[in-house]
Design a protein around this ligand. Structure first.
Ligand SMILES: [Zn+2]
Length: 240
C-alpha cells in the first residue's frame, strides 16, 4: 500500500495515478469524544479506501471550516476561501507530477466549499479531476439499513459515536455520554452555533451508540465510497 510512509521511488515505480486526500476538522465533539474525531475517522476511511482502489494515501488535512462550533474551546477553523485556494494549490502540485485523480474524502459535515471548489477545479482541468466523496451522503443509506435507532444524527451522535467506539474505543469517554436534540433544523447553523443550540455540543443520541453498529457503519461507508468512486471514474473515463 502506498502512503506517506512510501518513498519517492516506491511511488514512481508503482505507476499509481490516484491519490486519496481525506479532510477532517478539529472541533468540539461534546463531553465524550475528542476534538480530533473527524480527523481520526478521516484517517481510517482514507486508509481503507486507498487499499481498495490502489491509490496513494495522503495524510488527512486536519483543519477545515467549522465556525458552527464557535463559542467554546477546542475549535480551529480556516475560512472557506482559504480552503478553496488550498485545494486549488494541492491540485496544481499533483497535476504537475502526472496524477490524474484526487479522491477527496469529506469526513466533516461542514465543509460546504468543497462542493463548488470541486466543480470549479474540475471545470478548469482536463488532465486531473477531483472526485469528492462526502461521507454524509451515505447516511440515508445507513439509516435505511436499520442500523441506527435514532434519526437525528448530526454531531457526536449515535452514528459518529458508534464509529469512534469501533475505531478508537479507548478515546471514547463512556461515562460522559449525554444526548441532546436541538429544536432547530440543521440549516439554522447559518444563524447560530451548535454550542448555542445544545450546551453540551452534541446533536443526536450518542447513548444509543455501540461498537457493533460502528463496524457495520464503517463497512458500508467503505463499500459506498468505493462504489461511488468507480461510478464517477466510469463517467470520467468516457469523457476523458
Ligand atoms: Zn464529527
Amino acid at each position: 500500500m502506498l502512503t506517506y510512509y512510501s518513498t519517492r521511488e516506491d511511488i514512481e515505480n508503482s505507476g499509481v495515478d490516484t491519490v486519496v486526500l481525506p479532510i477532517g476538522s478539529i472541533e468540539q465533539h461534546g463531553p465524550h469524544l475528542p476534538i480530533g474525531t473527524d480527523f481520526l475517522i478521516g484517517n481510517k476511511i482514507g486508509e481503507a479506501v486507498s487499499k481498495r482502489i490502489r491509490a496513494l494515501l495522503l495524510p488527512t488535512l486536519p483543519i477545515s471550516t467549522c465556525r458552527e462550533h464557535k463559542g467554546c474551546r477546542g475549535n480551529v477553523w480556516i475560512n472557506s476561501d482559504t480552503l478553496y485556494h488550498a485545494l486549488r494549490d494541492i491540485t496544481e502540485s499533483l497535476k504537475s507530477q502526472g496524477f490524474r485523480r484526487i479522491i477527496l474524502i469529506i469526513a466533516h459535515g461542514g465543509i460546504f466549499i468543497s462542493g463548488p471548489a470541486t466543480r470549479e477545479i474540475n471545470s478548469d482541468n482536463e488532465e486531473i479531476k477531483i472526485i469528492r466523496v462526502d461521507l454524509l451522503n451515505f447516511l440515508p443509506h445507513i439509516q435505511k439499513e436499520g442500523i441506527l435507532e435514532s434519526d437525528n444524527n448530526l454531531h457526536a451522535c449515535e452514528y459518529e459515536t458508534s464509529l469512534m467506539m469501533y475505531l478508537y474505543d479507548d478515546l471514547v469517554r463512556k461515562d460522559k455520554i449525554e444526548d441532546c436534540i436541538p429544536e432547530i433544523p440543521r440549516d439554522y447553523l447559518n444563524y447560530t452555533t451548535i454550542p448555542k443550540a445544545c450546551k453540551n455540543g452534541v446533536w443526536g443520541r450518542p447513548s444509543l451508540a455501540n461498537a457493533e453498529k460502528g463496524e457495520r457503519i464503517f463497512d458500508i461507508l467503505i463499500e459506498k465510497c468505493v462504489e461511488y468512486i468507480s461510478d464517477v471514474n466510469r463517467v470520467l473515463d468516457k469523457t476523458d
